[in-house]
Design a protein around this ligand. Sequence first.
Ligand code: NIG
Ligand code: FE
Length: 391
Amino acid sequence: MSSVAITDIGSLVTNDSDLGDGTLGIRTNAAIVVVDGKIAWIGDSKSVGVTDNRISVAGKTVIPGFVDSHAHLVFAGDRSEEFSARMSGESYSAGGIKTTVAATRAASDETLRANTAGLVSELRRSGVTTFESKSGYALDVENEARTLRIAKEFTDETTFLGAHVVPAEFANRADDYVDLVVGKMLQAAKSHAKWIDVFCDKGAFDVDQARAVLRAGVAAGLQPRIHANQLADIGAVKLAVELDCASADHLTHLSDKDIELLSGSKTVATLLPGAEFSTKSEYPDARRLFAAGATVAIATDCNPGSSFTTSMAFCMAIAVRDMGFTPEQALLAATIGGAKALRREDVGALRVGMRADFVVLNAPSYIHLSYRPGVDLVDSTWVGGKTVYQR
Ligand code: NIG
Ligand code: FE
């Protein structure tokens, strides 16, 4: 058994209203004790008992680690020219994915592993303690399994997204490609994946194809989640709720009916502010979701095409500035919201018995995360009571 006390926390966000003030459950002059990787005690810094180690954070802020529930981390190649063209007026389309597919298929395991490790270290540096990663940049049987196997070296939250777009060799034969995805590709991928996802949108897969993909994944033991309403509203939210998807992600185009469906379900509404930012799209108004009582998450959507960021704080700043979140709602969405989108109960808050995943911020309060956009405030990131990043 090993124990460590983190003391002199100026402002501790627990996300547990029973533990402190407001919905965020904020305590001042607090301490936490971690035993064997889990939170064992939370209280006043003056009252900490004896522990093996003691670390003072000298008045800094501590928040639960960010849970990034949507990312595409295993890929090769560069699409900065596409971004540049977009900033000069080109519009974003699902077709750009094919550029990354060609580069990813051609890359060695070592290259893909090194690229992924680089992004994971950026995530740690930005305070992310749990993250999901999707396949979908290989789109053939062998390489979808290969990219998932590599993702699994970094996280247990791996998602099979063979139905990202129809690859060039299946042009005009989308249904044949769906047959491959739900057949051989799923069989090769399933042991490396926890989740099944589909890009159900204009230029990708229609609702019937998406339903077939998600149902096959569920029959193979995976849990469903979905890319919905990024480019257009083609009915993906209704499908998400029908299949009890853990999360419907993007939701750039959102009807009142969709909001009603989401708020009456367990499906989390995951917003991806980096995607609207990088594709110059209109931001959805999250106040409509909050008013209806939906559960909302924020994630990075880190990927080379539509949102090449690993910064949850940047996404929160956009959410607050342009999507109608309060700083409090943004922090909840980036922590406990993400945990709910991954149906995880052991992360996303700091409560006795939960995994000791937290972030020490060089700031007097969590509000600085959105108040100081672009400024790196993370002093250290802790997973299971151990430092995974220290400035
Ligand atoms: O989540 N929407 C589909 N997939 C990615 C974009 C992929 C790409 O452009 O490479 C997303 O935004
Ligand atoms: Fe995505």
